[in-house]
Design a protein around this ligand. Structure first.
Ligand code: PMP
Length: 354
C-alpha cells in the first residue's frame, strides 16, 4: 500500500480470482470457463474490418446488441443493460442501490465478490447461512427489508432455487432490489426473467463468460424494469460510457445470432456433469447436486486442500477455498469429456497412492 491510498480503502481486502497460470498447460477446471471455442460466426465477426475501425469509439448505447438480447429474452431493449462482464453489473448494482440505509443480504456461502463490493462501498451487509447440504431456504430471505443478492444457481455449490421461490422473495421485499445472479443458469437452471413484467424490484444478471464461451471478451447483461435499467445506465455514464469495446460488441452480437450452438454445448456440459458425478460417486466422493457447469465435491479420504494441491501437481487445476465450512470440498468445472476423463484418471491415481 502506498502512502497515497485513501483511508477509505486501507482495510479493503480485494477479491482473489482463480489462478490463470500462463506457464504450463493445465487441464483447467478452476474458473468455470467453457471448453468450447466461440461459435464460427463469432470468430468470423471479429474481423480485420472490425479491427480496422478501432480508431473509432464503439456505440456506447450498444443498440444492436440490446435489440438482439431483448428479442432473445422476450423483453424490450429498455429492459436490457450491457456491461463489461457481469462483475461490472454487480459493481454498479452495489453502488447504485445500496447504502447505509439500504443494506444488503446474501448467502454466507456464495460468490466471493459480494462481500468485497459491500466492503468497497462501506455497506452494512448480512451473510445468511445456508441450510443442510448447502440448501438455500427462500424463507430466510423473505421480509428482510434489505436488498438481496442471490446467485442462482449458487456458486460454488451449484444448487438452485425455482422461480416460484424467487417470486416469494420478491413479493416479500417489495421496496428493495432483489438481484438474481444467473451466471450459470444456462446449464440446467430456470431463469426468473419471466417475472420482470410483474416485479419492478427484480434485476437479473447473466454473462457471456460461461455458456457463451466468451470469458475473454468480458460481456455481461442485466434484465429488469426500465427504471432499474436507467439507474444502471446513469452509473455507467458516470464512470465509463465506452465500457464495451468494439470487438467484444461485434463478437457478442454474433454470439446471440448463434444461440443454437451454445444451447447444444450446454447440453453436452450437462451430460458430462452427470458422467463425472457418477464416476466420482463410484470412487467414494460426495457431490452436492448441481445444475451449473461445475460441481462441488468432497473425497472421504483426501482433504480438500491436499486434493487441490496433488491434482495441480498432476497438471489438473481445480478450485479450493480455505474457509472452514467448505474446506473439505473442491469445485471442479465441467469441461469436455476428454478433460473429465483426465481429471478422473488423476483422481484414481491419487486414491491408489493413499
Ligand atoms: N457471478 C458469479 C456467481 C460468478 O461465479 C462469476 C464468475 N466468476 C461472475 C458473476 C462474473 O462473471 P463475469 O464477470 O465473467 O461475467
Amino acid at each position: 500500500m502506498s502512502r497515497f491510498l485513501s483511508q477509505r480503502f486501507a482495510a479493503l481486502e480485494a477479491y482473489t480470482p482463480g489462478e490463470q497460470p500462463q506457464d504450463i498447460q493445465y487441464v483447467k477446471l478452476n474458473t468455470n470457463e467453457s471448453p468450447f471455442p466461440p461459435s464460427p460466426e463469432v470468430i468470423a465477426a471479429v474481423s480485420a474490418a472490425q479491427v480496422a475501425k478501432l480508431n473509432l469509439y464503439p456505440d456506447p448505447t450498444c443498440r444492436v446488441l440490446k435489440e438482439k438480447l431483448a428479442a432473445l429474452c422476450g423483453l424490450a431493449p429498455e429492459n436490457v443493460f450491457i456491461s463489461n462482464g457481469s462483475d461490472d453489473i454487480l459493481n454498479f448494482s452495489f453502488m447504485a442501490f445500496c447504502d447505509e440505509s439500504r443494506p444488503v443480504a446474501f448467502p454466507a456461502i456464495s460468490y466471493g465478490f459480494y462481500p468485497v463490493y459491500a466492503d468497497l462501498y462501506h455497506l452494512p451487509y448480512t451473510a445468511i447461512p445456508l441450510r443442510e447440504n448447502f440448501r438455500l431456504e427462500p424463507e430466510d430471505y423473505c421480509g428482510l427489508n434489505r436488498n438481496v443478492v442471490i446467485a442462482n444457481p449458487n456458486a460454488p455449490t451449484g444448487r438452485a432455487i425455482s422461480p416460484t421461490d424467487v417470486e416469494k422473495i420478491l413479493a416479500s421485499n417489495p421496496n428493495h432490489v432483489v438481484l438474481i445472479d444467473e451466471a450459470y443458469v444456462d446449464f440446467g437452471g430456470e431463469s426468473c426473467r419471466g417475472l420482470i413484467p410483474r416485479y419492478d424490484n427484480l434485476l437479473v444478471c447473466q454473462t457471456f463468460s460461461k455458456s457463451r464461451s466468451m470469458a475473454g471478451g468480458r460481456l455481461g447483461f442485466a434484465l429488469g424494469n426500465a427504471d432499474l435499467i436507467a439507474d444502471l445506465e446513469k452509473i455507467k455514464y458516470s464512470t465509463n460510457p465506452y465500457n464495451i469495446n468494439r470487438l467484444t460488441l461485434a463478437a457478442a452480437e454474433a454470439a446471440v445470432d448463434s444461440n443454437d450452438y451454445y444451447v447444444k454445448n450446454c447440453l453436452i456440459i450437462a451430460e458430462n456433469r452427470a458422467y463425472t458425478v457418477a464416476a466420482l460417486s463410484e470412487l467414494g466422493f460426495e457431490t452436492v447436486p448441481s445444475v451449473a457447469n461445475f460441481i462441488f465435491t468432497r473425497c472421504g479420504s483426501i482433504k480438500g486442500d491436499d486434493l487441490y494441491r496433488r491434482l495441480k501437481a498432476k497438471g489438473v487445476l481445480v478450485r479450493h477455498w480455505n474457509k472452514p465450512e467448505i474446506s473439505d470440498y473442491v469445485r471442479v468445472t465441467i469441461g469436455s469429456r476428454e478433460q473429465m476423463d483426465i481429471f478422473l484418471d488423476r483422481v484414481r491415481e491419487l486414491l491408489k497412492e493413499e
